[in-house]
Design a protein around this ligand. Sequence first.
Ligand code: GLN
Length: 399
Amino acid sequence: MANVVTQPKTFLSNKVDHFTESVIREMTRQALLYGAVNLSQGFPDFPAPSELKLASHDAIAQDVNQYAINWGSKKLRNAIAAHTQARQGIRLDPETEVTVCCGSTEAMISTLLAVCNAGDEVIVFEPFYENYGPDSVLSGAKPRFVKLRPPTTTEGEWTFDAQELRAAFHDHTKAIIINTPNNPTGKVFTREELELIRDLCVEFNVLAITDEIYEHILYDGTEHISMATLDGMRERTVTINGLSKTYSVTGWRVGWTIAPAAITNAIRKVHDFLTVGAPAPLQEAGAAALTMPDSYYKKLAEGYRQRRDHLMPALVEAGFRCFRPRGAYYVMTDIGAFGFADDVSFTHHLVKDIGVAVVPGSSFYLDPADGAQQVRFAFCKRPETLDEAAERLKKLRRA
Ligand code: GLN
């Protein structure tokens, strides 16, 4: 070795200084460590539909075991196009407008990598699903946050201030991320709200990236409105969706983007070099999933409504102030009654001493102080799991 003195290097990218590992996923590891009931990470603890399981067995038995077309098997892309047309009335070309990815997680980061340049800004509503910030940073953009304000009563809605949203749009704004039904708040954006966002996207020439993974999980008569169906948005919207939540197969990692051909072309290039493709046999099963009858989706939403209405009274009884979700499968709660300095110490007490894992509110906010008196419960669990959690929560002491 030459006798050269060099400074020790850290070898790390500066980008990774700007975010931490996912707290949601960390809470699942803590649940396993302490033997806690896991109401943190949003995945079902009940079986996936047998139709899907059988379709995946068949695909493997028939040797669909090599790479699919890297932007998605034709069968799945056709099924996505048919489903989207039937449910949203959107006609799309599966040859040029659909990209199948490894979950909606990859769909989101592939989209951001495909559209962002250094110096671009991406608007994100806060509280946010924790991937959006790091995704923006990794793609070279800067996230800019707009607040969703909590309701003052359990029955109220999370809202945003139209002026604050408008002030977030300017020359460098490349995109806005919308997640409806929303994780973690359960907010379902109304047509008026989406039209307001649409008007700003058109005025400032901004792309809408809409994460609609909870599309079918709706309560209390709310309606899911897909941004791409609004006048003027088809050509400036990337719609992200997937199998995970609708068909209870979060571990399969099959999601997709729907976008105009030129954007799809860019997403496909990024996707190709990131992952090559999503699991081929599971894409076959996905095509079968998308032909499920309407009754399947009704039952899915009703099942989650029952779970919501099962868990919420137990939370109130234990001392949490709940914000009733109108969609998705999480309840955001206020923990003020317990007198803890912050959400992280409360969550630690809950997982270690009470035996229930939840997600600390601060992981959904830029400034941890904003979430310091909130925690999120996931209720995509069997009634027995929710009962066990409720029983354990009785041990909690109020301040
Ligand atoms: N969406 C799920 C949640 O918010 C988790 C998704 C994930 O961990 N990839 O809990």
